[in-house]
Ligand binder design. Structure first.
Ligand code: 5GP
Ligand code: MN
Length: 338
């Protein structure tokens, strides 16, 4: 952890501050878990803090302690805007360029506050005066745990905070199995359990919330899967019509992309999901091994992320996007083989 930036933050937090905490658009378990843990910490220290999410987040995260206080920039727009305009510090968590907050970008760019980044994605941009960026970290939640410890406050981690941090580490590591899961990750998890984190219950609340229509949507996605053995690649498409037929709710497609990687020999899995309202396809990329989906998403689909998990988008139709995607694969044939 960068000591200079740590000391600068310590100094800033030594007097009471007004603080806004921002996760990325379409926040996941790590984004919501890390913002909530930090929010509890700062409020307990006597600061005035609010979490402002660019948009809504899935129902399976709404049990998390404090989640009912999160402002939705789309829904509570004027309240959110005035909060950002009147704040001393802005923490941005689990993302590293301002485009990741969608419609909120302009408001953040205009804000007259000190920015603090806490993030584990590749190739951070330089909007934050205080930067904690570490691509070796499993999750932003693990970084928030480390940050609170480095600030000398690990004794102040409550059971609520432990549950939030546990959730983000669990979801970002695919329940402690992805490559970024280190022995330190497990040490942090052990500490969190000692602090009261309820691992089994959290797992149940996040993963055992299927509706029949979500399982049917999964069936549809798996039926749509195309396997390109020559390129060790599998991709799924879901049209807006298919989502509508299955009563799509936010978060329903979470994890679908991973099924491609469970096929023997498949190293690159992709899902293309149509969003008619935004006029885009949202794309998720996953890989195993050295093939960098961060590079792929950045280069071809206006996105980014990590080596083995990234996202991006397309403004074209599903058919056009698939034609473009498959036209790219030959140049990666060698990489996908090794
Ligand atoms: P997911 O596919 O689950 O939406 O995202 C996978 C990873 O890529 C996450 O770490 C997420 O933050 C990141 N990611 C998703 N979409 C985008 C995007 O459009 N741009 C960038 N830079 N990162 C993304
Ligand atoms: Mn994350």
């Amino acid at each position: 952890m960068n000591l200079e930036h740590l000391n600068a933050l310590k100094k800033l937090l030594s007097s009471t501050k007004k603080i806004a905490i921002i996760p990325h658009k379409n926040p996941d378990g790590d984004a919501i878990g890390s913002t909530l843990a930090l929010w509890h910490y700062l409020v307990n220290k006597g600061h005035t803090a609010s979490i402002i999410s660019p948009n809504d987040f899935p129902k399976f995260l709404k049990w998390m302690p404090g989640s009912e206080t999160i402002l939705n920039f789309e829904r509570e727009n004027s309240q959110a805007k005035s909060c950002i305009a009147d704040t001393d510090l802005i923490f941005t968590l689990d993302f590293n360029h301002l485009g990741r907050v969608g419609q909120m970008t302009e408001t953040l760019e205009k804000a007259n506050a000190t920015f603090v980044m806490v993030d584990h994605h590749q190739e951070p941009s330089s909007y934050a005066e205080i930067m904690f960026s570490d691509v070796t970290m499993s999750s932003t939640c693990e970084m928030v745990y480390n940050l609170i410890s480095e600030l000398g406050d690990s004794h102040s981690i409550t059971k609520e905070m432990a549950n939030c941090i546990y959730t983000g580490i669990m979801t970002d590591t695919g329940s402690f199995k992805f490559a970024a899961t280190t022995s330190n990750t497990h040490r942090v998890i052990a500490e969190l359990m000692d602090l009261g984190a309820e691992g089994t219950e959290i797992h149940h609340r996040i993963y055992d919330t299927n509706s029949p229509s979500r399982l049917h949507l999964l069936g549809c996605a798996l039926k749509n899967m195309v396997i390109l053995n020559d390129y060790h690649t599998a991709y799924i498409t879901l049209s807006q019509a298919e989502l509508d037929t299955h009563n799509y709710q936010k978060g329903d497609t979470e994890g679908f992309v991973n099924y491609g990687l469970t096929l023997e020999g498949i190293r690159f899995a992709v899902i293309f999901i149509e969003n008619k309202e935004e006029g885009i396809l949202k794309i998720s990329f996953r890989s195993v091994g050295a093939f960098s989906v961060n590079d792929f998403a950045r280069k071809h689909f206006n996105g980014g992320g990590h080596t083995n998990a990234a996202g991006g988008k397309s403004d074209d139709t599903i058919a056009e996007t698939i034609a473009y995607f498959t036209s790219l694969l030959p140049q990666y044939k060698y990489q996908l083989q090794s």
